[in-house]
Design a protein around this ligand. Sequence first.
Ligand code: F6R
Length: 254
Amino acid sequence: MEMIVAKNYEELSQISAQMIAEFIQKKQDAVLGLATGSTPVGMYKKLIGYHNKEGLDFSKIITFNLDEYVGISPNHPQSYHKFMKETFFSHINISTSNIHIPRGDQPQIEKQCESYEQAIKDAGGIDIQVLGIGSNGHIGFNEPGSSPEEKTRVVQLTESTIQANARFFGDEALVPRLAISMGIKTILESSKKIILLASGEEKANAVQGMIEGEISTQLPASLLQLHKNVIVIADQPAAKNLKMINKSLNSVYV
Ligand code: F6R
């Protein structure tokens, strides 16, 4: 894994956006795997800036989002469809037909999960997969205990994830208990490169375990140690528990 410790959230957002922008400039039809949540919002804002100020072209870009809640429609204010549209897609020139986000409101979810896997394969896999990390070490909605053999499927959210996401719904009772998520296997096998973003002290234990701990399904992010091309970009609070690295360095390899 490569590890970059950013001075702060602003720098984390800048570094990640720049990596993606440079990739898109080289490969105009790049396939991006995208995450929701608070952490990548700054990166999306910077990418919108590259589009507006420097004409970064998203017209041929294909995207696959990691996850969506089950039981809410794309128009629900807290759906990941809505989040992606408002935070990113409506501000760039991406073609709607190139956007893929699981639908949590449709029957035959299992069939849909299979089609999602197939669509990723048909696109030639994911060039860059952006991930956040839960304070319990989840990636996507692959909660502790998830098997590295699992693909896109319906998952049960843990209590800690429900509590963490209650801030978006206003009330914990309103947070859906189920979601569709790309599996660890999907992430590990389809992604050519993974950029994981971690910001804030509440991620410090998960970040330390992911990088310096043993590979364990109890901390799903640690399974990323099995992938050959992972860059973790953490701000200083999120990196504060790392033992092996000299935090005064900006970029280190572990
Ligand atoms: C979101 C996702 C989740 C988040 C994680 C961190 O699509 O897959 O794994 O990345 O829960 O969320 P934030 O960034 O809100 O702390």
